[in-house]
Write a protein that binds this ligand. Structure first.
Ligand SMILES: CC(C)(COP(=O)(O)OP(=O)(O)OC[C@H]1O[C@@H](n2cnc3c(N)ncnc32)[C@H](O)[C@@H]1OP(=O)(O)O)[C@@H](O)C(=O)NCCC(=O)NCCS
Length: 213
């Protein structure tokens, strides 16, 4: 069944607003998606982004909603390490290697102020990918994450041989749930006590969108 048929009427799809200079499985290094409603841009990370990445990511209000792999505090060295990883992820494709992640900066006025990524899972989950995102706090509430996720969904289904795109949201994060609902994701399940973050055990809410037939 198409996901679009599952969505309640109060969870409208945003129109796909991509103006993408991208063809499926092209080099990510030339990848740009313009987000016209918010004037933001999705683009590859660059080494020169490290200071702005460290500045915006160094915020416990961001880290508390993300897995522990997201450093807190977030130092300049963490930013350099992350960007080196992101650049390597987007290197030339290796035949028969597992699909690389798609790891992009959210750029506002030429500055990287957040990140969004698609990570294919492995083994029996190999036709599922996770979507993750964060944004610097000064930019919250402007619709940027919603437009970024909305634009990236078709790219994820285009680029990867997946049938499912999912995100597990900590129950304490209603803003992120709202982003996914606005992007047509379906709230599928509550995984009780699935997460321990900053010493607190909490539920995780699973959202998913399926490839449309
Ligand atoms: C979650 C996050 C990415 C949202 O970014 P954003 O650009 O502010 O999101 P948008 O503006 O597109 O949409 C936010 C929506 O959440 C709503 N919202 C915000 N705070 C809320 C709250 N406490 N309760 C309910 N809804 C809330 C907003 O009103 C808006 O919905 P609306 O358009 O229907 O009014 C950003 O807050 C963030 O980076 N948080 C920390 C990291 C994080 O949580 N990442 C996601 C982990 S899965």
């Amino acid at each position: 069944m198409a996901v679009a048929m599952d969505r309640p009427s109060h969870q409208p799809f945003l129109p796909v607003t991509t103006n993408k200079s991208f063809a499926a499985k092209d080099s990510v290094m030339t990848f740009h998606i313009h987000l016209p409603a918010t004037c933001a841009l999705l683009r590859p990370w660059r080494p020169t982004d490290a200071p702005s990445l460290a500045k915006h990511a160094d915020n416990p209000r961001i880290a508390e909603n993300l897995r522990d792999g997201f450093p807190s505090p977030y130092h300049l060295e963490d930013a350099h390490r992350f960007i080196a990883m992101a650049v390597a992820e987007h290197g030339p494709p290796v035949p028969n290697a597992p699909s690389s992640a798609l790891v992009l900066a959210i750029d506002v006025d030429g500055i990287a102020v957040g990140g969004v990524g698609i990570t294919p899972l492995q083994d029996v989950y190999r036709r599922t990918a996770e979507i993750g995102y964060w944004l610097g706090e000064p930019f919250w509430g402007k619709g940027i994450a919603t437009e970024a996720v909305s634009a990236l969904v078709p790219v994820a289904f285009d680029r990867f041989d997946i049938v499912r795109l999912q995100a597990g949201i900590f129950v304490s994060n209603p803003a992120s749930m709202r982003v996914l609902e606005k992007c047509g994701f379906v709230r599928e399940a509550v995984h009780k006590n699935a997460v321990t973050k900053n010493g607190v055990v909490m539920d995780e809410v699973m959202y998913a969108r399926l490839r449309e037939e």
